[in-house]
Write a protein of this length. Sequence first.
Length: 199
Amino acid sequence: MNDNHLSNVPAAKFAVAVMSRDRVGIVRDVTAALTPLQANIERASQTVVMNYFTLILIVAFHEPYRPEDLRDRLRAAGAPGEFEISVKPFEPGAEKEIVVSDADNFVLTLSGTDRPGIISQIAAYLSGKGINIIDLYAAKPEPSKFVMISQLAVPRHMNAAQIQIDIEALGRKTGLTAALQHENIFKATNEVTAPANFF
């Protein structure tokens, strides 16, 4: 018998991602495939974007399963070719690592005329400043309109006012209205409604 059954220390832990066209019952099928392996789902996040389903799980096992075995098992849980599966070993301590230390959370909102490259241009600016994108939601409410709400981790040593000026200037160059607010101010005063699971 594996000694790991006698302790809370898993023999293997993985980050599992599932992507497919949306339908009823995907979560049921994926979790049912894991249940016989005595899988413990420690964290889960699921969303649907324009009828495409994505699910990310952090899963622990008391047996040292191989990533390829889990991939094959999960692919078989759907129709042939239905599920795209990624299985990555979970790095010890990953959940405790801080990507940007000593930072405050801000919310960036963008709206305006849609065109290719908006997200890429904004992401390049933020990355260049060492600002981490924690969460991002973007959509086209109308064929020619673009909106984006992004939660950012901004290092406290940075001048948030200057970042706001830079982003507004970047937005004007591309025909967008941009605003950067501290997360607490956004929650208290902004009329823009973020997705329910955004914060």
